[in-house]
Design a protein around this ligand. Sequence first.
Ligand code: AMP
Ligand code: MG
Length: 486
Amino acid sequence: MTSSDGIKTRPRYLELPDTFFSHVRPTPLRGDVRLVHFNGELAREMGLSVNTPEDWTDIGAGRALLEGMNPVAMKYTGHQFGMYNPDLGDGRGLLLWETEGPDGRIRDWHLKGAGQTPYSRFGDGRAVLRSTIREYLCGEAMHHLGIPSTRGLLLVSATEPVRRETLETAAALVRVADTHIRFGHFEYAAHHLGPEAVRTLADHTIRHHFPGLAALPETERYPAFFTEVVRRTARTIAQWQGVGFCHGVMNSDNMSIIGDTFDYGPYAFLDEFDARYICNHTDQGGRYAYNRQPEIGFINCQFLAHALTSLLDEDDLRRGMREYETTYNDTFINLMRRKLGLTEPDGNDMSLIMDTYSMLHEHGIDYTRFFRGLSTLPSQGPGPVRDLFVDRAVADAWLERYRSRIESETTSPEEREAAMRQVNPKYILRNYLAQNVIDAAQAGDDAPLAELLEVLRHPYDEQPQFEHYAALPPDWGRRMDISCSS
Ligand code: AMP
Ligand code: MG
């Protein structure tokens, strides 16, 4: 493929002053390269030709650029595990270009694993097959669960060796998002460039990504922008909590300004419920444990607030921050009510939710199976829920309390079941499922990845032919130690 035939390019990020990026060409992957997956569904949405996906292999491998691609590494900084790091930026990824789809939606394309950049520090600029598959899978899983996320468009694998804890092989991923601007971009502007740059970046972000706010007078525009970022962040994290997702590396450079779930590393979906679950094995203090995510989201918004002090006065920032708790709580309780099939709010719902969590924690109950089992109570009876408990009496006592709570509901059991099936997934991306497809792909077989992606496209549906993907993890797949090296 030599021309960008028919693809509409819409450069936005390059409108920013060049202090926000460096021009870098991809370093071609060495050795044999193969296309591991091409996301036909997403490509179609983006108006790309899906007839000859192999044509994209050279783009993914950094061996070719389309006419109109003008790759840059973005500069940003951020707080990592609470410590400010001024030396961040795209150390192995490049913004290739931005394109507009048939629906008018503009997306930017990030080639992850594209080689070294001025921000690579000691890194080799590469990504390994294992971690790119994990990122690719999770972007799709989240998207189809209805949780905002970046998505993978294509993934290539090369025989080029890469040293991590062991010797692995290089791969690269084209990831798309409405924007790759992070909280860390604002921290960079504020702490290294100055108030003018913060304003320029804020105006740019509002114009392109929050266009509804652009016409507001300045005194309202920036507070509305900050408040909206805070709300989106709180909403996304409430959705993570609801589905049992642990991000693992919630540094402020991994926080998307538009509230996407971003930069997948050692993430996990909970199997047996453990409120204090830590999925990142280097996070010994548990800073990013499952039950700390809501608070960490708040702290990251504070870092953002700090970066915006030249634009907003303190009262506006404080008012914006207050939205976090309100939005988080509203989103979370509404979601949990829906997961429990409760349509008529009751003052005791929060204590029911909290007691349910305590029980799941104490008895180590599989989170996904529990809520799915609850969804199918009308058609399948209590078996699927009771069977999760060693101590059936605990299940029975809880089910009794639940039964008396839903007596005050006016929806029919059938309606309730249909609604609960739409919010309690049957299929989630358990770590062992990801590991199985990684093992296969490392041995040259990409079919299991394609099949798992297919399953994850319909997480709320019964898919009888794929029933085994809903199984509990085997012993080797429980509490897997996921390295953060990627
Ligand atoms: P992450 O933990 O993946 O969010 O990355 C944190 C920072 O380290 C970002 O600036 C990345 O671009 C950079 N980085 C991570 N891995 C590498 C690598 N292998 N080579 C160069 N930079 C990297
Ligand atoms: Mg990152």
